[in-house]
Write a protein that binds this ligand. Structure first.
Ligand code: 3IX
Length: 211
């Protein structure tokens, strides 16, 4: 049982200034941190200890100096998104790889290696799932304002090129379309030079009743 909603958490928790400063030094992150950016930093909710047994994988197991020591999330600033344009197939035309809705930057260290100096694919899948889940929850709360918590029903990852460690990456996520309780999202993971490392497609399903 949860004592808080995602909306309460994302509104009340603080963004770590240390994380902002860390990524602000990296050219690939700077445009998102700039005051004129279309994006705003938001708390990476699952990295916070809520005093219960939720989110332990992200706020404890992979939150250490040699795993994922830094993670910073951004969401598109609220604008005219309440009725995003869609095409005849219900595809949200306001979002895509060039204009993702939700973004995270992660610093990845050797504690998550599979092969030498290479991040384990399972960890990359977890980073995709978490960022896609936060994208879906943020879209649900701030854009479509619907009820019903979302669970991952499926996640398909295509690994295009090894992610070296240590390194920093960006994960871009966006809503593709929605069919009733089914939410389809997509994502890309790129390195600091903008090279595509992995892609993902996911299906989240809104629960019929509370968790
Ligand atoms: C969750 C938040 C709680 C709130 C707490 C507050 C704050 C928390 C803070 C932060 C959290 C914020 C964001 C979350 C971040 C990350 C997300 C990570 C989430 C996870 O890491 S979570 C763990 C892994 N996840 C599971 O543990 C799910 C296990 N599973 C199930 O619990 C059920 O399986 C379920 C509910 C998914 C569906 O069950 P159901 O009974 O509702 O669905 P049903 O059968 O009615 O199907 C309806 C339509 O979906 C189609 N459909 C169903 N399943 C499909 C599949 N797999 N592939 C393709 N299509 C599928 C059908 O074909 C039908 O389609 P159609 O309507 O067109 O016929």
């Amino acid at each position: 049982m949860y004592n808080h909603t995602y909306k309460e958490l994302i509104t009340k928790l603080q963004v770590s200034q240390e994380d902002v400063d860390f990524f602000a030094n990296m050219p690939f992150a700077r445009p998102y941190i700039d005051n004129t950016s279309l994006y705003q930093p938001v708390p990476f909710v699952s990295r916070h200890d809520k005093g219960d047994l939720s989110d332990k994988f992200f706020n404890k197991a992979i939150n250490s100096h040699d795993t994922i020591p830094r993670a910073l999330a951004f969401m598109q600033r609220p604008g005219s998104l309440h009725s995003p344009p869609t095409d005849e197939n219900g595809i949200d035309l306001s979002q895509g790889a060039e204009n993702p809705f939700f973004i995270t930057f992660c610093q990845i260290e050797s504690g998550v290696n599979g092969y030498i100096d290479t991040a384990h694919g399972g960890v990359l899948a977890a980073l995709f799932d978490e960022t896609l889940g936060l994208c879906a929850e943020s879209y649900r709360v701030f854009v479509s304002e619907e009820g019903g918590h979302l669970l991952t029903a499926s996640l398909q990852v295509s690994y295009r090129s090894p992610v070296r460690t240590p390194s920093a990456v960006i994960i871009k996520t966006w809503m593709r379309r929605k069919e009733g309780r089914k939410w389809f999202l997509e994502a890309q993971l790129l390195d600091q030079d903008g090279l595509l490392k992995a892609e993902a497609k996911s299906l989240y399903i809104g629960l019929k009743s509370a968790l």
